[in-house]
Write a protein that binds this ligand. Structure first.
Ligand SMILES: *Cc1c(COP(=O)(O)O)cnc(C)c1O
Length: 383
């Protein structure tokens, strides 16, 4: 049988390098942490959940926070919060939308029958906090605001702190999808993710993004008072934020079957994040990945879509170098060399994306650039 991957010098680590926004490349030690079975009633399972919740609260770095884990991918976490935080009567949410993840929140609201209004911006522009504030001043029926921090569609980063301050001045409630950014952007007073500036009521993250775990659950970091208020609101039995949280607080457990192996990998990933030097060190590594990538890609004839001022260090979108650029072939050729990149998700421009996150560093980025140079050599496509 033909091996899935050719192990070439470009792919130095001998495994697939995922340059995608999750699942992403994980360390061998994170994957090895899954090589055990654990019972859900065991003390060590309770301790596993306790350690993870405590570490996430510590990472969030705010006052009086609590953490709820929810089975499923990040979108289940977002849907769980939207369906639980917004009361059933006399409530309406303003959804800030400049990409596919804003659209996803709108779809969740539609499916759950939650009244919403949309503030839409171009996929290539960040939200203007002054405009958010104006909308809130003019529509008293809006009670909640939901925003995406890093829009993974393009890789742009919205001014979360300033949006939060505007929401706070207008005394509304604030929910944040920080799934692609949590773990890679600073937290705390005055930082990018500042629970006291919003104040952020609920922030959603997931196991397979910048903490560098494997896919399987989302986590919701909430102000304690905000999650207490969710009792009785949920439009779903399984995705009930308050009930799930209550289970953790009272029994230390998931309500339904926990993703035990994923949790063990995630605990290891959290320990490795700490060992690396925490969020500041991870942020530096990702920024170096991004800068190395963009400089190298420019030399090869590829231009990033968005300006550096709004470019995150999570994922970078590149324009097709020519209108007849064959992305499918490009993707397959890179895949054969062990590098998995990501298609574009823009509605109106031909692009592809390369993730800066995961357990990758300059070695992998330079390996990728070497592979891209090889597959584009001799073709006029990328000149
Ligand atoms: C990854 C991601 C999600 C969750 O997507 P899933 O497909 O459910 O994992 C949500 N929001 C953002 C910004 C993301 O990057």
């Amino acid at each position: 049988m033909k091996p899935m991957i050719e192990f070439t010098p470009e792919n130095r680590y001998g495994h697939r390098v995922l340059l995608t926004p999750g699942p992403l490349t994980t360390t061998a030690s994170v994957r090895a942490a899954m090589r055990d079975d654990i019972g859900t009633w065991d003390d060590d399972a309770i301790e596993l959940v306790r350690e993870i919740r405590a570490a996430l609260v510590e990472l969030a770095n705010g006052d009086d926070l609590t953490c709820t884990l929810m089975q499923g991918s990040g979108s289940m976490g977002v849907e769980c919060v939207l369906g639980s935080a917004i009361p059933r009567n006399a409530a309406k949410v303003l959804i800030l939308n400049n990409g596919a993840y804003g659209v996803r929140m709108i779809r969740s609201c539609r499916a759950l029958g939650i009244p919403f209004v949309e503030m839409r911006d171009s996929e290539e522009e960040t939200h203007d906090p002054a405009r958010v504030e104006k909308i809130l001043m003019e529509d008293a029926s809006i009670t909640h605001v939901a925003a995406v921090h890093c829009e993974t569609t393009t890789g742009l980063v919205n001014p979360l702190r300033e949006i939060g301050l505007a929401v706070a001045r207008q005394k509304r409630r604030f929910t944040v999808d920080a799934i692609s950014s949590f773990g890679a952007y600073a937290t705390g007073v005055g930082a990018d993710i500042d629970f006291s500036a919003g104040p952020i009521d609920h922030l959603v993250g997931s196991s397979n993004k910048c903490v560098e775990g494997v896919p399987g659950f989302s986590f919701i970091i909430s102000r304690r008072a905000a999650v207490e208020e969710c009792a009785g609101n949920a439009r779903s039995y399984a995705l009930d934020l308050h009930d799930q949280w209550h289970g953790f607080e009272t029994r230390g457990k998931f309500r339904f079957t926990p993703p035990t192996h994923v949790l063990m990998a995630f605990r290891q990933a959290l320990r490795e994040l700490r060992a690396e030097g925490g969020v500041p060190a991870r942020e530096r590594r990702y920024k170096d990945n991004r800068d190395t990538l963009i400089a190298g890609m420019k030399k090869l004839g590829f231009e990033p879509l968005i300006p550096a001022s709004i470019q995150s260090h999570i994922i970078t979108t590149f324009l097709f170098p020519t209108p007849h650029f064959n992305f499918d072939r490009f993707y397959r050729q890179l895949r054969e060399l062990g590098y998995i990149i990501y298609p574009g998700k823009l509605t109106h421009r031909d692009t592809f994306r390369i993730g800066n996150i995961g357990s990758i560093g300059r070695c992998e980025i330079e390996g990728l650039l070497g592979a891209i140079a090889k597959v584009t050599a001799g073709s006029s496509a990328a000149r």
